[in-house]
Every structure is written in structure tokens, then in C-alpha cells.
Design a protein around this ligand. Structure first.
Ligand code: NAD
Length: 377
């Protein structure tokens, strides 16, 4: 079934993405953007009727909207046109069982973040991935933005010198009070979200972005996490001081109680010869501060962009693109992997492990008031 993948669209199934869900539909759009991949099946919900309802909404063959993952994997394996991979878009506690079942059935996995609900689960998953014959990748969405990839390439080329300071912040306000929604319910429940609240939901994105762009690893952290809204057991507000493996210092702020903030992900990196500033809400601009005092604004579509950024753009300069296309870039990379090529920018299990280590280390260190601790993966 794999030998014809260069000649046809890749076929995928969604796990999650049922009625009223958030990110599953985004995966569907992003995966299909370039017409290299198509949604053909799914176990869209833990409820069979709701899975069928979602299948109808996605306009797939009703026979391929399955009541559960095990039924789907067995049925798809028996088809000559069965799925090439699954996308996992369920709450965090379901990531490991879903990934394990798919990988053990020889089906590649594109998983949403965080990799799992706990660090131990991520270690178990890493063992499974190491023994699997098919790829596993993670949708750390923000690494798919062209100008994020441009920043990474310029830092690797030495444009701002040695990195000395990294400030990454991810501010939201949607959990500033009691929220009655499907999305809030599991995110505030340790049984489904895992050890971390805000730190696992968005802090881990900020962490990955900082490491991805700088090419550095965090080695130590000092964490102060808390829940601002009474009654919450998981954090909704977090700040971390960071030390990186080249000696750089930094800070990570993640909060979901900052009223007025929408999706305020911002990354500032300063080096011995300059600095960079990228904001997710204006993703097609990268501000570069040069050591001689000049400030340069690099924009999507500029002729000066490097090959990683150019490859991720789909519209002419001045025509906005953003979140869906960034997601689609991760799917394009994943399709390349499935067709036997290389996708060095695509996050994988090692990034997943580091993210889970960050979450658990920060939660534990803050709770115990431990001061500086090592980040041990
Ligand atoms: P959601 O609650 O909106 O949707 C979850 C879906 O999973 C629902 O349709 C639910 O019915 C389904 N589901 C639950 N258990 C299932 C099971 N056993 N089998 C099949 N389906 C099942 O959640 P969401 O906001 O879409 O988040 C889902 C995941 O995506 C989370 O892990 C979250 O961290 C991640 N996420 C990532 C990004 C990103 O930027 N990459 C953004 C949002 C969410």
C-alpha cells in the first residue's frame, strides 16, 4: 500500500474533531490545503452517533465514520485504499493510547500537542516510536510559520551573533473567569489535561518556539505557576525564568487570565550583534534589530527570504496568510516524510519529550517552591 504514495493523495483519518470540537476541523483544512492529503475516515468522537454525525459533516463515506479507534484500524487495514496515517486531535489523556494503537498497527501518526498527558507517558511513547516502522510527528503549529522559519535560519547563520537573551510570552484571556465550554472542561481537569493547565496548553507552544528558533535547549528553570480563578487545581497563569545551554538567559510567560489578550504569542531573541521580534498576531513580519542601530522589517514575500521561508509561502507578497497555512506547512512536511523524504523542521517525539519534561518540571518546581531546577528529559 505504501509504494504508490508518490502517485496519489495520502489518505488520513481524524481521531477527535467531532461536533463542536475546536482543532480537528483546523487539521482537516490544513491537511487538505495543498491537495496532497485527503480526509477519508475518522473516529471523531467517543460517542458512535456523534462520530457518524461528524463524518457526514466532513462528507466522507458514512461507512468510514467509525464508532472507535480499534474498529477503524481493523477496518481500514482490510481495505485496499486504507488510511496512510491518523491525526490525533483528542484531549491530552487520549494521545498515548491513540498513538500506541496506530503505531502498533503500522499506521503513521500526526499528533497534536502536548505529546501525552504525563512525562512518563511521553517516555513510553518515545520507546514505541523508536520501535515503529512508520513516522510520528507533532503539530507545534507555530514552527510552521514562514517567518518563524526565517528567524531560525538567520540565527543559525549567525545574523544576530551569539544568543544572550530569549523572552517568549503567550498571553490569552479566555479563561479569566468561569467558562462553560467543551474546550475549557477538559483543559481544567487533571484527569484529561495532565499535570499542567496553562503551561501544558500554551506554555509548551512558547517553549518549543523558543528552542526551535534559537536552536538552543533550556537546561534550567525557575517556575512560578498558579491558578488565579478560585477552585482550579491546574495552573492558569505561569512565569518561568530560563537558562539555556549556551549560557543565555530568558523568560517564558504563559497566561490564560489576561483579559483582553487573544492569542498573544511573541518571541524576542537578542544576540551579541542584534535582535529579533516576531508576533503571532502579525505573523508575516519579522523585526530585526541590527547592532549598528538599524531596524529592518522582513516581510512575507520579500525577495531576501531564505529557502525555508519561501517554501512555506503560498500567496504573493502583501496577501495575508497565517494560521491555516502554518498548519498546512507541517502537513506538507509530514507528506514528504511519508513519501520517503526528509523533513528536518517538523517536530517529532524528541520535541514532545522535551515539552512534557518542561510541563512536569515546572509544575513540580513551582508547587515545591524549589527555586532553580534542572530540566531533565
Ligand atoms: P475539543 O474538546 O474541542 O475536541 C476534542 C475532540 O475529541 C471532541 O470531538 C471529542 O468528542 C473527541 N474525543 C474525545 N475522546 C475521544 C475518543 N476516545 N475517541 C475519539 N474522539 C474523542 O479539544 P480541542 O481544543 O480541539 O483540543 C484537542 C487537542 O488538540 C488537545 O490535545 C489540545 O492540546 C490540542 N490543541 C492544539 C492546538 C494547536 O495549536 N496545535 C490548538 C488547540 C488544541
Amino acid at each position: 500500500m505504501t509504494n504508490d504514495r508518490n502517485e496519489r493523495r495520502l489518505r488520513f483519518a481524524l481521531i477527535g474533531g467531532g461536533p463542536g470540537s475546536f482543532i480537528g476541523g483546523v487539521h482537516r483544512i490544513a491537511a487538505e490545503l495543498d491537495r496532497e492529503i485527503e480526509l477519508v475516515a475518522g473516529a471523531f468522537s467517543s460517542d458512535a452517533d456523534r462520530s457518524a454525525q461528524a463524518g457526514a459533516a466532513y462528507r466522507i463515506d458514512p461507512a468510514r465514520a467509525y464508532p472507535d479507534l480499534a474498529t477503524m484500524l481493523a477496518a481500514e487495514a482490510a481495505r485496499p485504499d486504507g488510511i496512510d496515517f491518523v491525526t490525533i486531535a483528542t484531549p491530552n489523556h487520549h494521545h498515548l493510547p491513540a498513538a500506541r494503537a496506530a503505531l502498533e498497527a503500522g499506521i503513521a501518526v500526526m499528533s497534536d500537542k502536548p505529546a501525552t498527558a504525563t512525562l512518563q507517558e511521553a517516555r513510553d511513547l518515545a520507546d514505541i516510536v523508536a520501535g515503529a516502522a512508520v513516522p510520528y510527528a507533532l503539530t507545534y503549529t507555530y514552527s510552521g510559520y514562514p517567518l518563524v522559519r526565517e528567524a531560525r535560519a538567520r540565527i543559525a547563520a549567525g545574523e544576530i551573533g551569539q544568543v544572550v537573551k530569549v523572552i517568549v510570552e503567550y498571553s490569552q484571556g479566555w479563561l479569566a473567569g468561569a467558562v462553560d465550554s467543551k474546550q475549557a472542561a477538559w483543559r481544567l481537569d487533571p484527569g484529561r489535561a495532565g499535570a499542567g493547565g496553562c503551561i501544558a496548553d500554551i506554555g509548551v507552544h512558547a517553549f518549543h518556539l523558543a528552542e526551535f528558533v534559537t536552536g538552543l535547549h533550556v537546561t534550567q528553570l525557575l517556575a512560578d505557576l498558579g491558578s488565579v480563578v478560585p477552585g482550579r487545581t491546574l495552573d492558569d497563569d505561569a512565569q518561568l525564568l530560563l537558562r539555556f545551554d549556551n549560557g543565555a538567559r530568558g523568560a517564558l510567560l504563559a497566561s490564560q487570565v489576561m483579559i483582553g489578550e487573544r492569542n498573544g504569542l511573541r518571541l524576542r531573541i537578542h544576540g551579541t550583534r542584534g535582535g529579533m521580534d516576531w508576533r503571532q498576531e502579525t505573523p508575516n513580519r519579522l523585526v530585526i534589530h541590527h547592532g549598528d542601530g538599524r531596524t529592518e522589517i522582513v516581510q512575507a514575500g520579500d525577495a531576501s527570504l531564505g529557502s525555508d521561508a519561501m517554501a512555506g509561502l503560498r500567496t504573493p507578497g502583501g496577501h495575508p496568510e497565517g494560521y491555516l497555512e502554518a498548519f498546512a506547512n507541517l502537513y506538507r512536511d509530514f507528506a514528504t516524510l511519508l513519501r520517503g523524504g526528509a523533513a528536518p523542521l517538523l517536530p517529532g517525539i524528541s520535541d514532545g519529550l522535551r515539552g512534557m519534561a518542561l510541563i512536569e518540571t515546572a509544575v513540580h518546581a513551582s508547587r515545591e517552591d524549589s527555586g532553580w531546577v534542572h530540566l531533565i528529559v
